[in-house]
Design a protein around this ligand. Structure first.
Ligand code: NAD
Length: 362
């Protein structure tokens, strides 16, 4: 990692069978053409309706480079991840005669990039997709790692494919219009990266919590680069979930249960924040995490305005939802806990009493 030959932009490499770059910078739409590549003649750019302005710099950069650009608006937010939306896009790709050498660009939050990735994974059994995430969560999490999905009535992200992007353009200038609550939600994943792998992230946020909680802060770029580098390293080692990739699930087992209990009306990062409090409490009670590091969770999450205590449905309902989380293996509960700062580990089959006590004390 480090400022590469592009000067203003940083290139972070994601290794593996299909390596790609995540380009980070501000006002870097022009870099998109290099990620789309010379093979494509036409580009189908998928964005959320109402966010045409956000897509303009990318559309202009592609047109200026000589691509035929077709823009397709999809519903904003989670409504994009629907089979009807995917079907309409497949029909458009057929009408446009999109070939295997053309490319799809997905520009928007995690919902749009998940949808665009899924459509690209399935069209002609896989065409190149370049992702341009425009939320903090999208930049540090959804767009990196190659997971794509849509939702079905039976559950979120149940239908999808692993389809690594051809490249990711993280243009921090797109974050300027992001509502504060969405930005802070994304920060939960940045903080997770700090606890499981890169404590410098925690130091930077603690130096200036207010600055970290809004777009354009002094440390924004470094925080983003560190969080992306962490995810890049983990997913390169491990595309399909076993082993190290499981550590990315820190705070997510209870987080997913809370999201489900709240019918997904709560933001992902907010649920993960409360899930990390629980995971820290479990780690402490299991004798694996020291008190000071456990306490650091609450202090830093609160300092940026993330919630730390869930007071919705009863514990028994959350516990049931945790048992059917798709990331548990068989019927055994596997929780990611910390054995210290930046030392994630697995706690399998924790005693029920410990779990409930950890939840009450979190
Ligand atoms: N593939 C993965 O590995 C992965 C990882 C984490 C999350 N996800 C998925 O990501 C989705 C959540 O992503 P999200 O938090 O980005 O939510 P989102 O995509 O729903 O976007 C949140 C809201 O912000 C708006 N928005 C986006 N960019 C904006 C901008 N620059 N300015 C103003 N408004 C903007 C959107 O229209 C939407 O209303 C979920 O569907 C989740 O399943 C996927």
């Amino acid at each position: 990692m480090g400022p590469g030959p592009m000067g203003r932009a940083t290139s972070i490499k994601v290794g593996g069978d299909q390596p790609y770059e995540v380009i980070v910078g501000t006002g870097i739409a022009a870099e998109l053409t290099a990620l789309v590549g010379a093979r494509a003649e036409s580009v189908v750019l998928i964005h959320a309706s109402g966010h045409e302005q956000l897509a303009q710099p990318a559309v202009q950069a592609l047109a200026a480079a000589g691509y035929t650009v077709h823009t397709e608006a999809v519903p904003a937010g989670e409504a994009a991840k629907d089979i009807a939306v995917a079907t309409a896009l497949w029909s458009r790709l057929a009408a446009l005669k999109t070939s295997r050498s053309d490319a799809i660009v997905g520009l928007g939050g995690g919902a749009v990039t998940d949808l665009a990735g899924f459509v690209a994974a399935t069209w002609l059994r896989g065409v190149r997709v370049v992702l341009v995430p425009t939320t903090l969560l999208g930049i540090v999490d959804a767009a990196v790692g190659g997971k794509t999905a849509i939702n079905i009535p039976a559950g979120k992200n149940l239908v999808g494919a692993f389809h690594p992007p051809g490249g990711v353009l993280a243009d921090l200038s797109t974050l300027a219009t992001l509502p504060a609550a969405e930005y802070v939600s994304g920060l939960a994943e940045v903080i997770k990266a700090g606890f499981i792998a890169d404590p410098v992230i925690l130091d930077l946020i603690e130096q200036d919590p207010a600055g970290a909680a809004a777009p354009g802060g002094a440390h924004e770029r470094e925080l983003v680069e560190r969080a992306v580098a962490m995810k890049a390293e983990v997913v390169a080692a491990d595309l399909r979930e076993a082993g190290r990739r499981e550590s990315l699930n820190y705070g997510h087992t209870l987080g997913h249960a809370i999201e489900q209990a709240e019918h997904y009306r709560i933001r992902h990062g907010e649920a993960v924040a409360m899930g990390m409090m629980f995971a820290a409490s479990v780690g402490r009670l299991a004798g694996r995490l020291d008190q000071a590091t456990a306490d650091r969770h609450g202090a830093i999450l609160r300092s940026v305005g993330l919630p730390t205590k869930y007071e919705g449905v009863p514990w028994s309902q959350l516990r049931e939802a945790m048992a059917v989380d798709k990331k548990t293996r068989g019927s055994r509960l596997r929780l990611i806990v910390l054995d210290g700062l930046a030392r994630p580990g697995i706690l399998a089959d924790p005693p029920e009493q410990l779990l409930e006590r950890a939840y009450q004390e979190a």
